[in-house]
Design a protein. Sequence first.
Length: 256
Amino acid sequence: MKLPILIIIANDNYFQPSFLNSIYRVLKKSEFYIERVIVLQKFKKSSSDKYLLNNLAKLKFNEIFKLFLLKIYPPFCNFFLKKKIKYFSIKKIINENKLNSILDVDLSEKKMINNLIKKNYSIIINTGGQIFKKNLLSKYKNKIINIHLSLLPKYPGIWTMFQQMANKEKFTGVTIHAVGKKIDSGKMILQKKIIIDYKMSVFENQLNCYETIPNLIKQCIKTKFKISSSIKSKKKLDFPDDNEWEKLRKNKINII
């Protein structure tokens, strides 16, 4: 009998559709299956959309143009990207693969949390940046798996690729870890080092990292998501400040 997995993803139509499609195909050939997909609410108080709107003056015209295309019709954006987006619709991937799903979810709601506690998932995979309540972490101890785009404990938090490229890091990476009580902490499962390509934008390097995740999940399945050393991340990153924008522009790096 196959073991149930819950997938929690952010509501975007550039990173998540390809991720979901690839993970479905990986799990289909394994002892696990996707019991349900939860797509998180699109707009939050501290969303990237709102942050960018508040910082439009820091963006170049070509970046604003590409971000606009990304919102209204993502396939057009591929004409201007070195690294291409492969799939553009979460709903399409869900429908084509006949996956059970719940859309526009607020996982801080008590009713939703209680529903998850009543379930018995073998693993929960999170790429939505979701922060989990203590009762969920207790119920699914070392079973909630986070996928983070940096080599933790370096660069915990959000907008990590921006910060890594602003600091001219040679390598980024993907860290797969069991979620702990603190943000981007817990137990290490797997980590892969990836060379940052400075001929590409922040967005394109993120796409590059996402492409490696399905093969990493394959490796995790082979080890049954075996945990190892503890991750003790220090201060988490927030949205970039003026100084970090200045460093990014000094290094002649584009957002997209």
